[in-house]
Each structure stands twice: as C-alpha cells, then as structure tokens.
Design a protein around this ligand. Structure first.
Ligand code: AQP
Length: 330
C-alpha cells in the first residue's frame, strides 16, 4: 500500500520561497508514490490575529498555489482545515493528552511570543492541533521544513502515549525533510529563518513577487565583507543561504554554482541568482493567476473536504470509542 502523506501550510501571509523549498516542492515530489492530504491550515493561522477578509483571500491564494506548483487534485486531496470539523474535535482530545511542560518547551512558541502581550491560548496549544491534523489521516510521512521538526517529534510522542493508554489507534508518523532547502534563512539576517509573517517584507522572497521586486530584494540581501562566493555556513552564513537558494531553483549543485562565479564577486552572483529565481517562479506565477481567476479552486476544495472527512471520520470514531467518549454503544 502507498504511504499516507499529510502536510499543511498556514494562510498567515504571502507564501515565501522558504515555504516552497522546504515544504511545497516536497509535496509535489512525493505525489506519485503516496496518498497525499494537503491542507490549508486556517485554524492554525488564527492563533495570531488575522483580518477576516484577508484571511479568506489568502486561503484561496494558498490553495491556488498548491495547484500552480503541481499538486493534482485527482491524485492528492486538497482541502481547508476548518471545513473538516474532526480536526477541532481531535485537537481538543490531543490537548488533553499533551502536557503543559512539553508544550512550554516548544521553541516556536517561545520565538513567536517573545516580548509580546495578548498571546492567545491557541498559540500555546497549537502543536496539539497540529498532531491532530496529522494523526487523523493515519499518516506515515510528513514533509515539512526543519522548523517543524520539534512539533513532529511531539506528535510522535503524543501518538505513542495515546496508543499505550487507549490501545493501538494511531499510525506513528515520520518526518520527511528536504536535503537542501529545509531551512531557508532571511535575506536580512541569516540567523533567522525566512518567514511569511516577518514584519520586514525585504527579509523574504514571496512566491508572487514581481521580477523587479525579486531583483531588488536579492540585490539588497546581506552578504559579508568579503567577495568570494564560497559555501561556508559557519563563517559566511548569508552567502551559504543564497547558494542553497540558487542551487534549489536552478537545479545546479552548489559546487557548480560556486565554479560559475569563481573570481566574479557578489554583484554578479546576486544578479545571476535573481534571474534564476525569476525564471523558476515565472511559470508557477502564470499558472497561479490562471487558476486564481478561474474560480475552479472552490470546487477542488469542496471535493477535497468531502474526501478528507471520510477518512477523518473513521479515525475520530475509533478515537472516541477507545477513549470512552459519547453515547454510542461500543
Ligand atoms: N524558512 C523556511 N525554510 C524551509 N521551510 C520552511 N517552512 C517555513 N519556513 C521555512 C516550512 O513551510 C511549511 C509551512 O509552514 P507554516 O505555514 O505552517 O508555518 P511556519 O513553519 O511557521 O512558516 P512561516 O512562513 O514562518 O509562517 P508564519 O510566519 O506564519 O509562522 C512548514 O512545513 C515549514 O516547515
């Protein structure tokens, strides 16, 4: 039997090149060999404030991007998290399985709340909902970027704890990481990951940026005081990050890119990188605009939610039976 693959992306901003290289690209690469569930995780997005009209638009943007990068709705199930209520239902149950201590250790929670007031309880329990998303589909593999590795480990711990306490219920999933591109860093600070909700738009390349925006952002990306294009993540983290991006979008190895820019300095390297990114994104953007204006994505999402619900209901029935919930006879 084909492995079940599940992953999700939050419609919490415009999708970045980091989201694409760390996650979306992997979704497509495993598509033929897996039963795929790809979700727009809108309930995760509201763990921080979202403007309702903008959120709705971003849901359709993200789903259209799923299609534009090559996900095929005849092969994969594409849907919106809040359209399948079993996510919320299992999310609550997983909150009752997770411990406060393990949720407090999540680095993403610490990073997202540092110095902030009015942090939602949902942001704290976010990893329990993420575990529910994955476990509902009896998932074998979860393609995500490196920043989600800790949440995946917690998901595995919760699945094992649940199975031990209530009997064999969930498949325990494995993480699927890209060899390169698993952690794309910000253009303005190579110590921070590229993120769609970073307040500085120049820190990221968005999938729908125009060619001129891409050229401008790359020309302003930080490098270092040297001029040699060399892969040294310790000493030259910013250049190493740009090399990873170059290699991922051009299909060349990092060594081939370095050879091409031997003795040519950062100016030429950045110009080449910008053109490589622009030409990689151009066909995706063209497909995106066609799909987005066709209205077809609504049908895809409705159909996907129906299929996802069927699978999710089987798991939630089993979970409730094993936990002893509800008034149904066993
Ligand atoms: N910089 C990155 N490099 C590689 N992969 C990345 N991902 C995110 N940033 C990078 C991967 O993209 C997927 C979607 O993640 P998400 O939307 O659930 O939230 P996130 O991981 O928190 O991503 P962002 O862009 O930083 O979103 P915000 O700013 O809203 O929190 C995941 O597989 C993630 O690993």
């Amino acid at each position: 039997m084909q492995p079940v693959v599940f992953s999700g992306i939050q419609p919490s901003g415009q999708i970045t090149l980091g989201n694409y290289l760390g996650a979306l690209k992997q979704f497509v690469s495993v598509q033929g060999d897996a039963t795929g569930y790809y979700c727009v995780v809108d309930m995760h997005a509201i763990t921080v404030a979202q403007e309702p009209k903008q959120l709705r638009e971003r849901i359709f943007d993200l789903a259209s991007l799923y299609l534009a990068v090559g996900l095929d709705p005849n092969q994969s199930t594409l849907f919106v998290q809040s359209d399948v209520k079993e996510h919320a239902e299992l999310g609550w149950i997983m909150q009752c399985v997770a411990y406060m201590g393990e949720l407090s250790r999540m680095t993403q929670f610490k990073e997202k709340t540092e110095g902030k007031d009015g942090v939602s309880a949902g942001l704290f329990t976010y990893p329990a909902l993420m575990a529910a998303d994955i476990l509902l589909y009896q998932t074998n593999l979860v393609p995500v970027g490196d920043d989600q590795r800790q949440h995946l480990e917690l998901t595995r711990d919760l699945a094992l704890r649940f199975n031990t306490r209530f009997g064999e219920t969930f498949t325990v999933p494995e993480v699927l990481l890209m060899k390169e591109g698993a952690r794309i860093m910000s253009l303005d600070d190579p110590m921070k990951k590229m993120s769609k909700s970073n307040p500085n738009p120049a820190s990221r390349i968005e999938m729908l940026d125009t060619p001129d925006e891409i050229r401008k952002k790359i020309s302003r990306a930080v490098t270092d005081s040297g001029r040699e294009v060399r892969y040294d993540p310790e000493q030259k983290a910013a250049v190493a990050n740009l090399l990873v991006i170059y290699s991922a979008v051009s299909g060349q190895t990092i060594e081939e890119v370095i050879k091409q820019y031997e003795g040519r300095g950062y100016g030429d390297f950045k110009k080449g990188l910008a053109e490589a990114v622009v030409s990689h994104l151009e066909p995706i953007q063209q497909r995106f605009h066609e799909i987005r204006s066709s209205g077809h994505v609504i049908d895809v999402l409705h159909d996907g939610a129906t299929r996802a619900r069927e699978a999710a209901q089987k798991t939630i029935d089993k979970v409730k039976r094993n936990v002893g919930l509800g008034a149904n006879r066993a």
